[in-house]
Design a protein around this ligand. Structure first.
Ligand code: SF4
Length: 426
């Protein structure tokens, strides 16, 4: 399982240990319940998993999350190569290639022995349309039904028409599962799961909000690693407990003067998916330079409405409404203005000195607006920014030296601004 960068620090983090155990247990339980006859659904990351808690025996797996874990465990390129050998283009998203490679090789080399075979595939097109094509491969391969949620792209805040359109599709999804699984959906159970997710996300925001402290008691690498259970344990009490423990423990380490980057001199923001194969290497090398990526758009978007970085609360009434309203929380389905609005808030709140735009070979939808964003950050906000080339899960498409030449140039620019007496951003 993916291990927190905190694990190597002098004072071993309890939440890092808990995380590894939790993820291992989640995958084990998934396999066990599937082999005991549970109805298995494979979902895209933003499909509202809380709905499945409304059924007695429905379990879900998230191939993107499994692919991220595979990349974090060092087998991303290996699984990608298997898909490429079967004829899939190396230009496809590395998450898709890892997953296809894993499936084609029967789960070999996977940290979780792959995922149990699904009875239903649920994708959506708000993050990207590639996901729909990716799940269609399994639809053709196994004949598994494929339900596609059609989620409108949002250039502005979600309007009422789109909200109803999304909410109605959730009802269709529920009826589809009822029909295929023979199980009855109970809204009160889903409401309970939504309530727990909302509570967990509040604790999550408390944790990543610590990035506003100076020096920061967290790095974005911690948030990358600890986001895993949002995808494997959504809507559960243990998720709430995990994030509460993580935030409490980080506050207590801070009170003891334990910081991930002692002598922090540069506070940076990362824009794009986590570089899963580089977490430990990159965080250590940055720490050696006194640089801390404290903040990431990839993790501050979780649990927020489009254009915001704050938690979206659940008022306890309509679980489907909360889920529909949050369908565009991830960065990919947001237009430029919304992305900029959230990023500006994060820069100001967390006192960011510089921004690293990670242009991602795999995720074109995340990367497509970065040139315009970078121009805005530099010219309008006056914050230094660079762009580096990465691939989030295929390390063959990443050059550490090329990336660090630019990162070091960014740090020099920040130094030059300071010595010229220009004010920090916050
Ligand atoms: S292209 Fe981006 S949004 Fe689409 S599956 Fe890959 S990482 Fe996710």
């Amino acid at each position: 399982m993916v291990e927190s960068p905190l694990a190597g620090k002098p004072k071993k983090s309890e939440s890092a240990k808990r995380l590894s155990a939790m993820i291992a247990e989640d995958y084990m339980t998934l396999h066990q319940r599937a082999s005991n006859g549970a109805f298995v659904v494979w979902i895209a990351i933003v499909v509202p998993a809380e709905l499945f808690a409304g059924f007695d025996d429905v379990v879900y797996a998230v191939p993107e999350s499994h692919a991220a874990m595979s990349a974090g465990k060092g087998v991303g390129a290996l699984q990608c190569a298997k898909a490429e050998q079967a004829g899939y283009s190396a230009d496809l998203c590395s998450y898709a290639r890892i997953d296809i490679g894993t499936v084609l090789d029967g789960g070999r080399d996977s940290p979780s022995f792959g995922l149990p075979r699904p009875h239903l595939l649920v994708s959506n097109n708000n993050n990207c349309s590639l996901l729909v094509k990716w799940f269609d491969i399994y639809h053709r391969m196994w004949g598994t039904p494929h339900f596609v949620l059609d989620i409108p792209f949002c250039y502005e805040e979600q309007n009422g028409l789109n909200f109803s359109y999304i909410r109605d599709q959730f009802k269709d999804l529920i009826s589809t599962i009822e029909r295929l699984s023979g199980q009855r959906f109970r809204e009160e159970k889903a409401a309970q799961a939504v309530s727990l997710s909302a509570e967990a996300l509040k604790e999550w925001k408390r944790f990543i909000g610590l990035a506003s402290h100076r020096p920061s008691p967290i790095t974005a690498f911690d948030s990358f690693v600890h986001m895993a259970p949002i995808l494997t344990s959504r809507g559960t009490r243990r998720l709430v407990e995990h994030y509460r423990m993580l935030a409490d423990e980080t506050e207590s380490l801070e009170a003891d003067g334990v910081y991930p980057v002692p002598g922090e001199r540069y506070r940076l923001l990362w824009d794009n998916i986590a570089p899963w194969h580089q977490l430990r290497k990159m965080s250590s090398r940055l720490a050696g330079l006194g640089a801390n990526i404290t903040t990431a758009s990839y993790t501050y978007c979780i649990g927020s409405l489009e254009g915001s970085i704050d938690a979206y609360p659940f008022d306890g009434t309509d679980p489907l409404a909360w889920l529909a309203r949050l369908q565009n929380f991830s960065v990919c389905p947001q237009g430029l203005d919304l992305r900029l609005r959230a990023m500006q808030r994060a820069i100001e709140r967390n006192g960011i000195d510089g921004v690293i735009f990670a242009s991602n070979r795999s995720c074109k939808v995340y990367s497509v607006m970065q040139m315009d964003q970078m121009r805005h950050v530099r010219d309008t906000l006056g914050v230094p920014a660079i762009m580096i080339d990465v691939d989030h899960a295929d390390e063959r498409k990443y050059s550490e030296e090329a990336a660090f030449v630019r990162i070091e140039a960014l740090l020099e620019t920040i130094d030059a601004r300071r010595s010229s007496g220009r004010p920090p951003t916050a």
